[in-house]
Design a protein around this ligand. Structure first.
Ligand SMILES: Cc1ncc(COP(=O)(O)O)c(C=O)c1O
Length: 401
């Protein structure tokens, strides 16, 4: 018996694939600083738990497939703070942003169709694309250019009769880049010209630094029918385990089709929607200390890493990741080596190897994604251990060994 080609072709997550080696290191008593996963360490808001604790039903029932109306109302209010006007019928609550991506991929394209995505990109797009039999057509972005978009003509060259959409993720995982309003408007024009969907993964919407602002594709005028946003509370409210996300679109056919997918999986988690509703009612100043904390971490990490002149990186403007090119031959091997053969006083660091954030073969081999999701004292220790690891690794490995 054979499993499907789709199953064989689906990539392992580079973020999680080193879990076995990490487990073995922990079993040897090594302490690992996890810079590999975008799991914020900021406390989930108290109101989230309080509302769940106050739940008084005798039965934990299924809810509506498109999500609880109270949550949608709280989201509508929240988005109005950003001058984005939504209606309940524009929103389908999903089981995490992950399900939102998967639904969006399935709704825009048939097997073999294409979606254009600036590369490097959130690694799990590869997995969702495999499951939907959708071909990712990457557009190169470069560290030297802050991973901003190339000229629109470069993107236009990638459009074929099979292209169904363009997907951006801003603020970006893994690069931390925040695309400008002009960049996003340019993509909107391209989508209009070639009759494409414009999709945006906006799960890091609030996480912008240095006074910068995120521009949502929901703010684009005259493109309402083409725009699909994938959203989540995982990062917004430090609630990754809640598994609450949303697809947002003003295109009625898109929403109706997504609702059919949603009905097939019955409903998103009920208690967590109750918690999320309370979180969405928090005032916007809830984010202020959190953003200040992340900005401090970013500055610290950037400062430490730039002390090694052979590391190539830009100071990112958003999210909580730095994509850095290291002076190592292969970041996959290097990440494994740090877990399996290296430690400083019983401590080591786990990072996500870069290749999995690309769909172009051979790219990202020297890059790693570093998530600054540790408080500054731990982050500083972790970053210094990483620098020592680079020093120790290099004499033995660089030069093709
Ligand atoms: C860009 C991006 N989109 C989506 C997700 C998945 O979000 P969720 O936890 O809501 O499934 C992540 C998680 O790291 C992400 O970084």
């Amino acid at each position: 018996m054979q499993i499907s080609k789709r199953a064989k072709d689906t990539q392992e997550s580079p973020i999680r694939k080193l879990a076995g080696v990490a487990g073995a290191a922990k079993a040897r008593g090594i302490h690992i600083y996890h810079l590999n996963i975008g799991q914020p360490d900021i406390d989930t808001p108290d109101v989230f738990y309080k509302e769940i604790n106050d739940f008084s039903g005798n039965v934990l029932c299924y809810g509506p497939s498109d999500g609880m109306p109270e949550l949608k109302e709280a989201m509508i209010q929240y988005f109005s703070n950003y001058n984005i006007g939504l209606k309940k019928e524009d929103i389908v609550i999903t089981t995490g942003g992950s399900e939102a991506i998967s639904f969006a991929f399935s709704v825009i394209a048939d097997p073999g169709d294409e979606i254009i995505i600036p590369e490097p990109f959130y690694t799990n797009y590869n997995g969702y694309a495999s499951v939907a039999n959708l071909k990712i057509v990457p557009v190169e972005t470069l560290p030297e250019n802050g991973f901003h978009l190339p000229d629109l003509t470069e993107i236009e060259k990638k459009i074929t009769p099979r292209t169904k959409g363009i997907l951006i993720n801003s603020p970006n995982n893994p690069t931390g880049t925040v695309f400008t309003e002009e960049e996003i408007k340019g993509l909107g024009e391209l989508a209009k010209k070639h009759d494409l969907f414009l999709l945006a993964d906006e799960v890091y919407k609030e996480f912008t630094y240095d006074g910068g602002k995120h521009f949502s594709i929901l703010e684009l005028e005259g493109l309402e029918d083409r725009v699909i946003v994938m959203d989540s509370i995982s990062k917004r409210y430090s609630a990754c385990g809640a598994r609450i996300g949303a697809v947002i679109s003003k295109n009625k056919d898109v929403v109706a089709a997504i609702l059919k997918f949603a009905q097939a999986r019955l409903c998103p988690p009920t208690l967590e929607q109750i918690g999320a509703t309370a979180a969405y009612k928090l005032p916007l100043d809830y984010f202020e200390p959190i953003l200040a904390e992340y900005q401090e971490r970013r500055d610290l990490l950037h400062k430490i890493l730039t002390s090694n002149k052979d590391i190539v990186l830009q100071k990112p403007k958003g999210a909580f990741y730095i994509m850095a090119k290291l002076p190592v031959d292969n970041s996959d091997k290097f990440a494994k080596w740090m877990l399996g053969e290296f430690d400083v006083g019983g401590e080591t660091v786990m990072v996500a190897p870069g290749a999995g954030f690309y769909s172009s073969p051979g790219k990202g081999k020297q890059e790693v994604r570093i998530a600054y999701v540790l408080e500054t004292v731990k982050l500083e220790k972790a970053a210094r251990i990483l620098l020592q690891a680079i020093e120790k690794y290099n004499p033995t490995r660089v030069g093709g060994q």
